[in-house]
Ligand binder design. Structure first.
Ligand code: COA
Length: 168
């Protein structure tokens, strides 16, 4: 299996994969909306025998009121083909995704997700760093991974995702 950046030829398969994994079209449509929103993004696919079996998308987030140069990104969606889940594909996508965010100069990654899953990749509860989500979610599901050690020191506040997330 290979992890690589998406190409336009993958767009339809990525849509189908997200719709199948989430069992609805909302997240699949969100991926399309974010892609054309004009912001930078990191979108990777897991490909096995020429089949797209996994997808991960990262899009920038902002710390409300922060005008510094700190580059923050969010793990926006991750999906693995239902019959291939729990075989490590999601983990490979997250690990490669983290490396990609690092190499593209991001300082930290935020995620809203399963509190038993993301800590294994180094994510910690965002409240430990005094960050809150704009969404009403339990403290332990809103997590952050500092890529540039110390960059989050002295920072605090509300993390905001692209407005398209509010429509889902
Ligand atoms: C979340 C997801 C991408 C994980 O992919 P995967 O290839 O199965 O992941 P891995 O094989 O690396 O790891 C499996 C682990 O994922 C955990 N997990 C993480 N998030 C999960 C979720 N939302 N639902 C179910 N299991 C989840 C499982 O508990 C399992 O933990 P274990 O190793 O302790 O048994 C996959 O379950 C999926 O596509 N789910 C549907 C879409 C979704 O909910 N995405 C996350 C929100 S954006």
């Amino acid at each position: 299996m290979k992890i690589r950046k998406e190409t336009p030829a993958d767009f339809h398969d990525i849509w189908k994969l997200n719709a199948a994994a989430f069992e609805r079209e909302v997240e699949a449509n969100l991926v399309n909306i974010l892609r054309v929103s004009g912001m930078e993004y990191i979108s990777l696919v897991a490909e096995k025998n020429r089949d797209i079996v996994g997808h991960i998308l990262f899009t920038p987030v902002e710390l409300e009121g922060d005008n510094s140069v700190t580059k923050l990104i969010g793990l926006s969606t991750i999906a693995v083909k239902p019959h291939l889940q729990k075989q490590g594909i999601g983990s490979r996508l997250i690990e490669q995704g983290i490396e990609c965010c690092k190499s593209e100069g991001y300082d930290a990654i935020f995620v809203i997700g399963h509190p038993n899953y993301y800590p294994r990749f180094g994510f910690l509860p965002s409240v430990d760093y005094n960050f809150v989500s704009e969404y009403d979610v339990p403290d332990d599901v809103f997590m952050v991974l500092e890529l540039n050690k110390g960059c989050l020191k002295e920072k605090q506040g509300k993390i905001k995702y692209h407005e398209a997330f509010s429509s889902v």
